[in-house]
Ligand binder design. Structure first.
Ligand SMILES: Cc1cc2nc3c(=O)[nH]c(=O)nc-3n(C[C@H](O)[C@H](O)[C@H](O)COP(=O)(O)OP(=O)(O)OC[C@H]3O[C@@H](n4cnc5c(N)ncnc54)[C@H](O)[C@@H]3O)c2cc1C
Length: 402
């Protein structure tokens, strides 16, 4: 069997490595000209995703680029009043499974390296323009005029997935969650967080996250309630967003203004946050979707990358164990759907307090959040996400009979 994987972001390289371990030939086709090492800001990689990488022999390479552990969150409101603290519990896990902060581009590049080191084939400068079903499989077409033939085609091509659109033109588009996301790294700002801890601030008009790494660099992100901005040439530039963020955080904790002022203007690129609550179909015959293409979850969940990694291992197990690609992909969807839809709903829930507007809503939010954080902490509310483990070697037919 030969599998064509479209996209070498996060899901793509992991899928190729997992298929290789399963003894299945795979090739990854990525639109960019090379591993996009400098693309995007940073993210947190959670224990459930790290555990999959460990089982596929990719963890060591990825951890070489991890900036620092990120295992606790302390919450405050805009005036600095403490709202709560959550430990994610990963400090109690085996070495290597502690949640880490990592640049998104570095993660992609290390995953691609680790997959290639295991013999996976990754081809860059290959933008998929379409595909067609052939008698025995799928033929993929690329913008450079070339084609590739395979038995299975997997769309690991991200939020605005061309594979999803071609597979199911009626599929719902990703829904804008009402928040713009910004992220950057500031040097020389007078700000410090305790080791391994992100400080999250529910400001009076926007939300801010900050973690300082050993050495002092300040990794920050901001979520700004805002209507969906236009894309393309009409999209406002970084100067506009920088000024707007400084205005929206004026009056909140001074360290926020300090960090934003110390960041290069290029960091103020707006990313809309989107999710897909439930996609009707993740597969059709020998064509399937994974990662953000199948189920984008809002960045407030902190799980997008880890969900993509879990999908990758699961789809490879299904193609290994279940006879016939179409049935294997259906089994993969059944194994994954409930979990990722629960994570998507959790992301929405976590994002909701960030949308509070006006004095009354902000006041109510600041009264309600300490109770919520205490409840989550007492019930170990993260564990259903973080403790999930995939036994790569186990036959999926034992886990989910036909
Ligand atoms: C601002 C922000 C913050 C985030 N924070 C977190 C976090 O803290 N924790 C977390 O786990 N997740 C986070 N995420 C989410 C995470 O980045 C995504 O969920 C993850 O990247 C999904 O991986 P993927 O492989 O499915 O898609 P992507 O990483 O988007 O990769 C898709 C790839 O497909 C390629 N592609 C697209 N079209 C084509 C085509 N036609 N032909 C060939 N290739 C194509 C793209 O170039 C890209 O390389 C965040 C996302 C954003 C935007």
């Amino acid at each position: 069997m030969k599998v064509l994987v479209i996209g070498a972001g996060i899901a793509g390289p992991v899928t190729a490595a997992a298929l290789g371990r399963a003894g299945i030939e795979a090739a990854v086709y990525e639109a960019h000209d090379g591993p996009a090492e400098h693309l995007g800001s940073f993210l947190n990689l959670a224990p459930n995703g790290l555990a999959v990488l460990r089982s596929l022999g990719m963890l060591g390479t990825v951890l070489e680029s991890a900036v620092c552990p990120s295992t606790a969150i302390e919450f405050a409101n805009g005036s600095g009043r403490r709202l709560g603290r959550l430990e994610d519990g990963s400090t109690e896990l085996e070495e290597g499974l502690q949640t880490v902060l990592i640049m998104r581009g570095a993660l992609q590049a290390r995953l691609a390296e680790a997959a290639a080191a295991q013999g996976a084939r990754l081809e860059y400068g290959k933008r998929l323009t379409g595909f067609e079903r052939t008698g025995s499989g799928v033929s993929a077409h690329f913008a450079d005029g070339t084609r590739a033939e395979g038995d299975v085609l997997l769309g690991a091509d991200g939020l605005h997935s061309p594979v999803r659109t071609a597979m199911d033109p009626g599929a719902p588009a990703p829904a804008y969650t009402g928040l713009l996301d910004f992220g950057g790294v500031a040097h020389g700002a007078r700000a410090a967080t305790p080791p391994g801890t992100v400080r999250m601030v529910y400001g009076s008009r926007a939300f801010f996250g900050l973690q300082t790494a050993p050495g002092g660099a300040a990794y920050w992100f901001a979520n700004l309630p805002h209507p969906e901005p236009p894309r393309g040439p009409e999209a406002p530039g970084p100067e506009h967003w920088r000024a707007l963020l400084l205005e929206r955080f004026a009056g909140d904790l001074p360290e926020i203004t300090e960090v934003l002022s110390a960041s290069p203007v290029r960091d103020f690129t707006a990313h809309g946050t989107y999710d897909i609550a439930s996609l009707p179909r993740w597969c059709d015959g020998p064509v399937g979707l994974l990662g953000d293409a199948a189920h984008a979850v809002s960045s407030s969940s902190g799980q997008g990358a880890s969900m993509a990694i879990e999908d990758a291992a699961t789809v490879a197990r299904c193609l290994r164990d279940v006879p016939g690609p179409a049935e294997a992909l259906r089994r993969y969807e059944r194994l994954r759907r409930d979990r990722v839809e629960r994570v998507a709903a959790e992301g929405r829930r976590r994002g909701a307090p960030k949308l509070a507007a006006g004095r009354l809503q902000v006041l109510l939010r600041d009264l309600m959040l300490p109770v919520l954080f205490r409840t989550i902490s007492l019930r170990k509310g993260h564990s259903w996400m973080f403790d999930h483990r995939i036994d790569f070697d186990r036959d999926v037919r034992e886990q989910l009979p036909a």
